[in-house]
Design a protein around this ligand. Structure first.
Ligand SMILES: Nc1ncnc2c1ncn2[C@@H]1O[C@H](COP(=O)(O)OP(=O)(O)OP(=O)(O)O)[C@@H](O)[C@H]1O
Length: 267
């Protein structure tokens, strides 16, 4: 089902993103290697989700280039960009399942909309995807009857529907208890190890970042650009930028001594 010509490597160069006149991030340059688990990190409101949106075709950058494999993603026609997007699987924070459909119908939806597979093939493939995420017995369940962790895994099964080469996650473990979060982390790593899928994730969850990510970028709200690159564990242990050091070690930054921190959400 994959579009064979699509690459699973991303190369971002000189990227600026914003809304109208307002620049959220500028001058972002980084590479995401095939099969890596790459983290987009930074404090609340610095532009992590906006960057993710630019990478999945929902927000046109104001400058710069995103290469997917060898293709210039935003210079491509809308039709070609949509084709490239078929190589992407996206899991939004909520799982974003259709509440009126069963779990199996949700997973089948992209196959019905974007492929010419017959019913029997779709049913068999849906079973495989649900089995992969540990929901083999939950195909006939409605999303409202799933726990938070199961809903995320069902969303992941749907993101896997078209055998994506690149998986994008926006806060995958937000709202999950530590055990469900760990289970999801393990699953993400298994998918990468088993299928060589490239994974890009926005996350605040330090344990997940340290556990599964092998590279990343740290966005800064004040300077509106990246102030560190590297594996989260390495940034935690070795980065001497005070903002990055404080964030990765869960400490108050030096400019937060008077109880400030107005952009740091309590979640
Ligand atoms: N559609 C939009 N129109 C205008 N401004 C927006 C829009 N979406 C986001 N923004 C602004 O862009 C900035 C970055 O938002 P974004 O959601 O990308 O940050 P974030 O780092 O993902 O935040 P969080 O960690 O809180 O989810 C914020 O100031 C936000 O208010």
């Amino acid at each position: 089902m994959n579009t064979p010509s699509l690459g699973s490597k991303l190369d971002v160069e000189g990227l600026s993103i914003g809304f109208g006149e307002v620049i959220v991030q500028h001058d972002l340059s980084f590479k995401i290697e095939t099969g890596s688990i790459f983290a987009i990190m930074g404090g609340s409101g610095c532009g992590k989700s906006s960057l993710l949106k630019a990478m999945i075709g929902l927000l046109r950058p104001s400058a710069g280039v995103i290469h997917v494999g060898t293709e210039d993603y935003w210079a491509a026609s809308d039709e070609r960009r949509a084709e490239i997007g078929q190589g992407f699987g996206v899991l939004f924070q909520s799982g974003a399942l259709w509440s009126s459909m069963t779990v199996a119908e949700n997973v089948a939806l992209p196959m019905r909309m974007l492929t010419t597979l017959d019913d029997a093939s779709i049913i068999a493939l849906v079973r495989i995807k649900l089995f992969l995420v540990g929901l083999g017995a939950a195909g006939n369940v409605m999303p409202a009857d799933l726990s938070g962790g199961m809903r995320k895994r069902a969303g992941l099964a749907r993101a896997l529907a078209l055998d994506p080469k690149i998986l994008f996650f926006d806060e995958p473990s937000a709202g999950l208890d530590p055990i469900a979060a760990k289970r999801l982390d393990d699953l993400i790593r298994e998918l990468r190890d088993g299928f060589g899928t490239t994974v890009v994730m926005v996350s605040h969850e330090l344990p997940s970042l340290f556990d599964i990510c092998d590279d990343g970028i740290f966005l800064d709200a004040a300077t509106k650009t990246a102030i560190a690159h590297g594996a989260p564990r390495k940034l935690r242990d070795e980065c001497d930028n005070p903002t990055v050091h404080a964030f990765m070690n869960r400490e108050r930054p030096p400019d937060d001594r008077n109880g400030g921190g107005d952009d740091h959400d309590i979640r």
